[in-house]
Design a protein around this ligand. Structure first.
Ligand code: NAP
Length: 398
C-alpha cells in the first residue's frame, strides 16, 4: 500500500512539474528583435489621421472587432506577434497586417505606432501586455484604448495620467462590457440625486439564455490575474482590501438568488467618472468558484499551470449562437446621506458582442476628433448615453 501511495505521489509530482514547465511564460528575448524593415514601414499608412491599428487582432475578441470594423467606416491594419495566425485573418478580411511582438521591442513598436492615430489594444492578460504598449504610445503620440478589467492595470494607467497628458494622447481602459455599460449607467443614476455617496451595481450576465455562457480564454486568464491579488473595494474614497467577498442571498421575482461581490473595474473607473466614494459591484451567481481554485490561483506557479490548461483545453470563446441568444441585465443604485435613492437598469446584448461594438464606437469617436488628453473613462468623456449607441441596449428607470 505504502509503495502504491509512493508511486502515486511521485506521479502527481511529475505531472505537476511538467505542467509548471510547459506553462512557464515565454522568456522575454534578451536581445531586442532586429529593426523592422523599411519595406514593411513603407507599406503602412503615410498619414496617421483616421488610421486604426488593432493589436491582438487574431484573438477571440480581436477577431470579432476586426470583422465588424468596416461597419463603423474603419479600415484597420491588423497586428499581433504570430504571423501564422495574423495573415489568414488579414487576408480573409482584405486588410494589411504587421507582425509585431510586444516584448523587448519598444523601438519597433514606436516606429509602427507613429503611422496610426489610435491603437485598439486587444491582447491580454494586460498584466503582461499593457506596459510595453503604453510605453510605446507615449513616445509615438498615438491614442490608446484597451479592454482590461484588471484593476491593478487600470490603477497603473491612472498613475501615468500626467505623462499621457504631456504626450497629448488619450488612454482609455476598459472600453468593453467591462465597463462601458456600467460606467454609463452609473453616471445616469448618479445624476438623479444630489451628492450620491454610495453606488451598488448588480450584474446578471445570464439574464436570458444561460446556454453557452462561456468566457474566452483571454478573459479566463485575465480573471486568474485578479484571483491572485487581494480583493479590493472602494470605501470612503479609498481602495481597501477585504478578507473575503460579501455574499447576499435574496429573492428576485420569487426566485432565490445569490449575489457575489466582484472586483469589477467600476471601483476605479466610476470613481474617476463620478467621484462616488463608496462603490460595490455584485454578480448574480450560478455557482461558486471552488476554494481549491482560489488557492491554486494565489501562486505564480499555480496561475501558470491553470493558464496552460486554459490555453490547451478551454474553448476559444462562447459557442456560435450564444452571442445572438444571450442578454445581460445590469442594475445600478445610488443613495446619499439624506436618504435619497435612484435606480436604473440596462439590458444589453451578450458581453463579447457588446464589446465588439463599444470598442469600435469609441475608436470612431476618437478618429472623429472627440477625445481628451490623459487617462480617461468612457462616461466622463462621452457621457451616460454612449452605451445606447450599441445595438440592442435599452435603459429603464426603476
Ligand atoms: N473588458 C471586457 O469586457 C473584455 C471583453 C473581451 C475581452 N477582454 C479582454 O481582452 C483580452 C483578449 O481577450 P480575447 O478574448 O481576445 O482572448 P484570446 O482569444 O485569448 O486572445 C488573446 C490575444 O492576446 C495576444 N497576446 C497575449 N499575450 C501576448 C503578448 N505577451 N504579446 C503579444 N500578444 C499577446 C494573443 O496572441 P497569441 O495567440 O500569439 O498569444 C491573442 O491574440 C483579455 O485580456 C480579455 O480579458 C475584455
Amino acid at each position: 500500500m505504502r509503495y502504491v501511495l509512493g508511486v502515486l505521489a511521485i506521479a502527481v509530482l511529475a505531472v505537476g512539474i511538467s505542467l509548471y514547465w510547459v506553462g512557464r511564460p515565454t522568456p522575454v528575448p534578451a536581445t531586442p528583435p532586429p529593426p523592422i524593415p523599411t519595406s514593411v514601414l513603407d507599406q503602412l499608412p503615410k498619414e496617421r489621421k483616421g488610421q486604426v491599428l488593432i493589436y491582438g487582432a487574431y484573438g477571440f475578441t480581436g477577431k470579432g472587432i476586426s470583422q465588424l470594423a468596416s461597419e463603423y467606416g474603419i479600415t484597420p491594419v491588423l497586428a499581433g506577434r504570430n504571423e501564422s495566425k495574423l495573415k489568414p485573418l488579414a487576408d480573409s478580411l482584405g486588410y494589411d497586417y504587421v507582425v509585431l511582438p510586444l516584448d523587448n521591442n519598444h523601438d519597433n513598436l514606436v516606429k509602427v505606432l507613429k503611422h496610426f492615430e489610435i491603437v485598439l489594444h486587444i491582447a491580454g492578460p494586460y498584466t503582461y501586455t499593457a506596459k510595453p504598449m503604453l510605453d510605446a504610445v507615449v513616445e509615438a503620440g498615438t491614442h490608446y484604448v484597451d479592454l482590461t478589467g484588471e484593476n491593478h492595470v487600470i490603477q497603473a494607467e491612472l498613475d501615468r495620467d500626467e505623462e499621457f497628458k504631456r504626450a497629448n494622447i488619450m488612454v482609455m481602459p476598459a472600453v468593453g462590457y467591462d465597463v462601458v455599460p456600467t460606467d454609463c449607467l452609473n453616471m445616469y443614476v448618479a445624476d438623479k440625486i444630489s451628492q450620491p455617496t454610495q453606488l451598488t451595481v448588480v450584474l446578471n450576465g445570464n439574464y436570458t439564455a444561460a446556454e453557452g455562457a462561456q468566457a474566452s480564454r483571454g478573459t479566463m486568464k485575465s480573471g486568474l490575474e485578479m484571483l491572485g491579488r487581494p480583493l479590493l473595494k472602494r470605501e470612503n474614497g479609498k481602495m481597501v482590501a477585504m478578507a473575503k467577498p460579501e455574499l447576499i442571498h435574496r429573492k428576485e421575482n420569487g426566485q432565490e438568488q445569490t449575489l457575489l461581490q466582484i472586483p469589477w473595474a467600476d471601483m476605479i473607473t466610476s470613481y474617476v467618472s463620478i467621484g462616488i466614494p463608496n462603490i460595490e459591484v455584485f454578480q448574480v451567481q450560478d455557482g461558486e468558484l471552488p476554494t481549491w481554485l482560489l488557492r491554486v490561483a494565489q501562486s505564480d506557479a499555480g496561475r501558470r499551470v491553470l493558464g496552460w490548461l486554459i490555453d490547451n483545453f478551454a474553448p476559444e470563446g462562447p459557442p456560435p449562437g450564444a452571442q445572438e441568444n444571450r442578454q445581460t441585465r445590469i442594475v445600478s443604485t445610488v443613495s446619499n446621506e439624506a436618504g435619497a435613492t435612484a435606480s436604473a437598469a440596462l439590458i444589453t446584448p451578450e458581453g463579447y458582442l457588446l464589446t465588439f461594438h463599444s470598442t469600435l464606437i469609441i475608436a470612431r469617436r476618437v478618429i472623429d476628433g472627440q477625445w481628451e488628453p490623459g487617462f480617461q473613462t468612457v462616461a466622463k468623456v462621452y457621457g451616460p448615453d454612449l452605451v445606447l449607441e450599441v445595438p440592442g441596449v435599452s435603459r429603464t428607470d426603476l
